[in-house]
Design a protein around this ligand. Structure first.
Ligand SMILES: Cc1cc2nc3c(=O)[nH]c(=O)nc-3n(C[C@H](O)[C@H](O)[C@H](O)COP(=O)(O)OP(=O)(O)OC[C@H]3O[C@@H](n4cnc5c(N)ncnc54)[C@H](O)[C@@H]3O)c2cc1C
Length: 422
């Protein structure tokens, strides 16, 4: 049996968990995480498109939280009565005793029972997903180049993204840029038809941001030839084709699923209160309802916000970070309610274009892109990480994109069951 450092055990080293540990400062805590890094998800799409070295989109947990103890492993179970969490590491199973528990396990990809989705579609959530997606797209260019049959070549060059939220919009924008830049090295493919399709169930893409910015993003993507299909559902993914709810089918070998997340499934098995979406119910101090010594935050929790009465926070980094700030303070001193007014929203569209809404001001085009990048750079922890990112961005301004396909990574598919139900 192992004791958590200072009695505080944090499950999950993502945005929420890592920031709680960092902000707890000198006292420290014990973090259990699957990876030894915190993934800065807003930069994931750039890791996939090659404007950023993938390693630079993550922050090493041991450096980010120098006072915390890290146990690399998979949380398997919680015994509330004995205050013990069971963790499976690479070499053994460890029981960790805690005085106070922080649940920050995040979310998993949310899928729908669409035939073929779990077998043929790619997910886009982890660093591994980003590297796999990049490899997949570059491999498709090679396959199209080697193909004699024009129809087959065009199917290799058709890329379907499902989900018109931030992740889908940013991914289709950046990945189409990657292909656009790479094509200079593929003279045989220049006359071939390429198709980029973004499918969204709602009547418009980016429905979480002001309509004017969403419309700008849609216009910009359409101008680049991206086929945006709103009010449309993916109905089936077959080997070599997809079918949509409007009755059309499209030959393609690439379907990327970015249509949402759901809270980590483990939390629903622990006898703590969860809402209808499976999020842990917490009070305004981030304490799990009915439990004095258990707290939850981030994507796996339904966190009430005093600044938005009647609404719980959406699953975003900026909310996870502010919740972490509040919780770190609450763990150290007299608990106070969580209160955060959102400052704005930003997104990149590739090709030096972006959209941003910051303290009521709206920016798009180059200015939107600049504001988006500046914001992320500001938010990224650790000066050394910021410098690496600035160096990558500077290099990408002056040199052509790297089109190396890194081998050795498998291609993770969308998992219907989630990581802990397998
Ligand atoms: C592609 C993409 C782009 C995004 N872009 C933006 C953006 O631009 N702006 C924005 O505000 N938000 C963005 N988000 C949302 C944002 O990433 C999340 O809201 C945020 O990461 C939530 O933080 P979290 O700590 O709750 O979860 P996560 O950051 O997902 O962390 C969960 C942690 O739990 C660990 N874990 C999971 N299961 C186990 C287990 N069994 N045992 C041990 N550890 C486990 C994981 O390894 C991870 O460290 C994006 C998300 C994605 C997927």
């Amino acid at each position: 049996m192992r004791e958590a450092k200072e009695g505080i055990l944090i499950l999950g080293g993502g945005f929420a968990g890592s920031y709680v540990a960092r902000l707890l400062g000198a006292g420290g805590a014990t973090i259990v995480s699957l990876e030894n890094f915190m993934l800065y998800t807003p930069m994931l799409v750039e890791a996939a498109s090659g404007t950023l070295e993938p390693r630079h989109s993550v922050v090493p947990l041991r450096a980010m939280c120098p006072h915390a103890e890290l146990i690399l492993g998979r949380v398997r179970g919680l015994d509330r009565s004995r205050r013990i969490v069971t963790v499976e590491t690479d070499t053994s199973t460890v029981d960790i005793h805690y005085a106070r528990l922080v649940i920050a396990l995040g979310a998993v990809i949310r899928t729908l029972p669409i035939p073929g989705l779990d077998v043929h579609a790619l997910g886009f959530k982890s660093l591994e997903d980003a590297i796999a997606l990049r490899n997949h797209v570059l491999r498709k260019l090679e396959q199209a180049d080697a193909e004699e049959d024009p129809g087959r070549a065009e199917s290799h060059l058709t890329f379907v993204f499902v989900g018109g939220g931030y992740a889908g919009v940013e991914a289709v924008g950046e990945l189409s840029d990657l292909v656009h830049d790479a094509l200079r090295y593929y003279p045989r493919l220049q006359e071939r038809r390429r198709r980029w399709v973004l499918v969204e169930a709602e009547p418009r893409i980016l429905h979480e941001i002001p309509a004017s910015l969403g419309q700008y993003a849609a216009r910009e993507l359409k101008r680049r030839g991206i086929d945006i299909r709103v009010s449309t559902l993916l109905e089936a993914v077959n080997p070599g084709s997809v079918r949509f709810s409007d009755g059309t089918t499209l030959p393609t070998e690439t379907v990327v699923w970015t249509a949402g997340v759901r809270p980590h499934p483990l939390v629903a098995d622990w006898g703590i209160p969860v809402d209808e979406r499976g999020r842990v119910k917490v009070d305004e101090t981030l304490r799990v309802e009915g439990f004095d010594n258990i707290f939850a935050l981030g994507d796996c929790a339904a966190v009430p916000n005093a600044a938005t009465p009647g609404h719980v926070d959406p699953p975003t980094c900026q909310h996870a970070l502010r919740q972490a700030r509040r919780l770190a303070r609450n763990l150290r001193s007299r608990p106070a309610p969580y209160h955060y007014r959102m400052l704005g929203q930003v997104a990149t569209l590739g090709r030096f274009k972006g959209i941003a809404e910051v303290i009521g001001l709206r920016f798009h085009g180059f200015l939107g892109w600049f504001v988006t990048r500046s914001y992320h750079l500001y938010q990224l922890p650790m000066p050394s990480r910021k410098l690496r990112v600035v160096a990558d961005w500077t290099v990408s301004l002056f040199f052509r994109r790297d089109i190396v396909q890194v081998s050795g990574h498998h291609e993770p598919l969308v998992s219907v069951s989630g990581p802990d139900e397998a």
